[in-house]
Design a protein around this ligand. Structure first.
Ligand code: CA
Length: 254
């Protein structure tokens, strides 16, 4: 990751754009902005930012369409800002290639936390055979061994693949469609409970439940994210900041 991450904020509303630009710069990012989809696309290609924050409601081209256009030509990480706290909408944009999302109204601190989590992930992609450590969880793809607090866990090959896939994307919400496509390599069926069943088996082996998660956090109606548990002192971690944005952030409404 470069010393100062360069962000591109594509947002048409100056009442959101201006304070957000200022707040993100105060938090140490270099931020450019674009008020329309087409200007945003041009800036994304010309300036090659490290991350794009994309408002879905843009005047010229729908944000979802812009995401598809951007994905066709660039792997730049994208965090989508949506005004609709709508599960099916969020699943659609994640499946269309967004890396994460924030729901308006959100605070600059919340967006900053998401930006840092996505950049951390993108900055040092784990090699396919590299051991991944998330909190006290160690996942070694070479030996298919998983340890929790140093204790080996007995996982089936599918449970291992599922956990490993999530662990390569710590802090990221992964949709069930993506898991079925990437882990099971089967097309998504609407009534398919395969993912839920394997997640519940995996939870049991990790010694946690959906109601009291430590590593596997369900984002209801959207998917699941793997994150290290919050430390005992209660300070914020990836899992600590992954809660839905509370209403009434200082950046104002959609
Ligand atoms: Ca807008």
């Amino acid at each position: 990751m470069p010393p100062v991450p360069r962000l591109l904020l594509i947002e048409d509303d100056p009442a959101i754009r201006t304070p957000l630009l200022r707040a993100l710069r105060e938090r140490g990012h270099a931020v450019a902005s674009a008020p329309t989809a087409m200007e945003g696309l041009r800036a994304a290609l010309d300036e090659r930012p490290d991350l794009v924050v994309l408002d879905l409601g843009l005047p010229d081209v729908d944000g979802r369409e812009l995401l598809r256009m951007l994905r066709a030509v660039s792997q730049v990480p994208v965090i989508v800002a949506t005004a609709r706290d709508d599960e099916s909408e969020i699943v659609r944009v994640l499946d269309a290639g967004a890396d994460d999302y924030v729901v308006k109204p959100f605070t600059a601190a919340q967006l900053d936390a998401r930006v840092r989590a996505v950049l951390r992930r993108g900055g040092s992609p784990a090699a396919a055979d590299e051991t991944i450590v998330v909190g006290a969880l160690e996942i070694d793809p070479r030996s298919h061994a998983v340890r929790l607090d140093g204790t080996p866990l007995d996982l089936t090959p599918r449970e291992f693949d599922l956990l490993h896939y999530l662990a390569t994307r710590p802090g990221e919400v992964v949709t069930k469609r993506e898991l079925l496509t990437e882990v099971w390599q089967i097309p998504y069926g609407g009534a398919d409970k395969t993912v839920d069943v394997h997640l519940s088996w995996l939870r049991r082996k990790l010694g946690e439940t959906a109601a009291a998660p430590r590593y596997l956090h369900t984002v209801r109606g959207v998917g699941v994210r793997l994150a290290a548990p919050a430390p005992a002192d209660g300070s914020l971690t990836q899992s600590g900041v992954s809660a839905p944005a509370p209403a009434g952030g200082p950046e104002g409404g959609p």
